[in-house]
Design a protein around this ligand. Structure first.
Ligand code: NAI
Ligand code: OAA
Length: 324
């Protein structure tokens, strides 16, 4: 058996964590041979609920769980953490955009960025799920000057997975037949789900679907899927968010075939302003991710990519005071 790794999860008593923690404990994120120590963070008012979750994890008798820490102190939760999944934040309700949460949630990520800086493993991999995820990741990263900015990522894998299913259903194929899906930009209604590189069963997606469906159905459906779930469920997506968080971390840590979407610090690739946390097509191998370069962009793509970049710049300007 390998040595255990430490996995910090914030918002441990929330909806997403109620799926996420159990799937990580079952080995879905790092594999069936990787023992884990779960370090769960909550706010003081939610500690009773968190202790209930810990009781349930214990009741599962998971062979891979070596220890569980439940705390309301970020300095304890992030101590020596190898992985940190920053989920704890307020979710939006009907009629809100994710950036409306900026004011309520941004301060959480400056505190947690500092705690990661001071206590986490120097190789910690951070995934921000709490919305608005891209800008929250930027805040956390800016408050962690001793860690590399590239260690901070935000989740657009749920958008990526949603897009895979929309296209697979439209073409009568399976998600595993779809290659090179790309989500560009912000995890918001301005994101750009791009089919220009996409293939289904080896055939160009653009040869299989009408342009009208792409522009007026596929793109808005993926952009608005979070709101559609809130309308249908009366609460924001939870199990699907947890599943995508696991996909993101698993691929980053263990590698994967093909292209996936991750929101990462821009290095200027594709003309996007350096530093903002922007979703790119990446390949993951050897514990690292790398932006896939060289795709040609038409005017339609450029316009959409710039619109979502503009929103991220505006979000950054709104939290300038938290960027350290
Ligand atoms: N990036 C993405 O694709 C997605 C992001 N989300 C976002 O994830 C976040 C969590 O969603 P849910 O689990 O449904 O919300 P929830 O309200 O069920 O759970 C959030 C938990 O975080 C805790 N929390 C709040 N402040 C905290 C802090 N400073 N430290 C630790 N814990 C704290 C709360 O007490 C609560 O238990 C929301 O911001 C939501 O919008 C949700 C779905 C997808
Ligand atoms: O829409 C929301 O507020 C929750 C979320 O981020 C998603 O489901 O993509």
């Amino acid at each position: 058996m390998k040595d255990p790794v430490r996995i910090a999860i914030t918002g441990g008593a929330g909806q997403i964590s109620y799926s996420l923690i159990f799937r990580i404990a079952a080995g879905d994120m790092l594999g069936p041979d990787q023992p884990v120590i779960l370090q769960l963070l909550e706010i003081p008012q939610a500690m009773d609920a968190l202790n209930g979750v810990v009781m349930e994890v214990n009741d599962c008798a998971f062979p891979l769980v070596k220890d569980i820490v439940a705390t309301d102190d970020p300095n304890v939760a992030f101590k020596d953490a190898d992985f940190a999944l920053l989920v704890g934040a307020r979710p939006r309700g009907p009629g809100m955009e994710r950036k409306d949460l900026l004011e309520a949630n941004a301060a959480i990520f400056s505190v947690q960025g500092k705690a990661l800086n001071d206590h986490a493993s120097r190789d910690v991999r951070v995934l921000v799920v709490g919305n608005p995820a891209n800008t929250n990741a930027l805040i956390a990263s800016c408050n962690a000057p001793d860690l590399d900015a590239g260690q901070f990522t935000a989740m657009t894998r749920l958008d990526h997975n949603r897009a895979l299913t929309q296209l697979a259903q439209k073409t009568g194929k399976h998600v595993t037949d779809v290659d090179s899906m790309i989500i560009w930009g912000n995890h918001s209604a301005t994101q750009y789900p791009d089919l220009a590189q996409c293939k289904v069963d080896g055939k160009a997606a653009f040869d299989l679907v009408e342009r009208d469906w792409y522009e007026n159905d596929f793109i808005p459906t993926v952009q608005q899927r979070g709101a559609a779930i809130i309308k249908a469920r009366g609460a924001s997506s939870a199990a699907s968010a947890a599943s995508s968080a696991i996909d993101h971390m698993r691929d980053w840590a263990l590698g994967c075939d093909g292209i996936v979407s991750m929101a990462i610090p821009s290095d200027g690739s594709y003309g996007i302003e350096e530093g903002i946390i922007y979703s790119y097509p990446v390949r993951c191998q050897g514990g690292k991710y790398e932006i896939v370069q060289g795709f040609e962009l038409d005017a339609f793509s450029k316009e959409k990519m710039q619109a979502t970049e503009k929103e991220l710049r505006e979000e950054r300007a709104a939290v300038e005071h938290l960027l350290g």
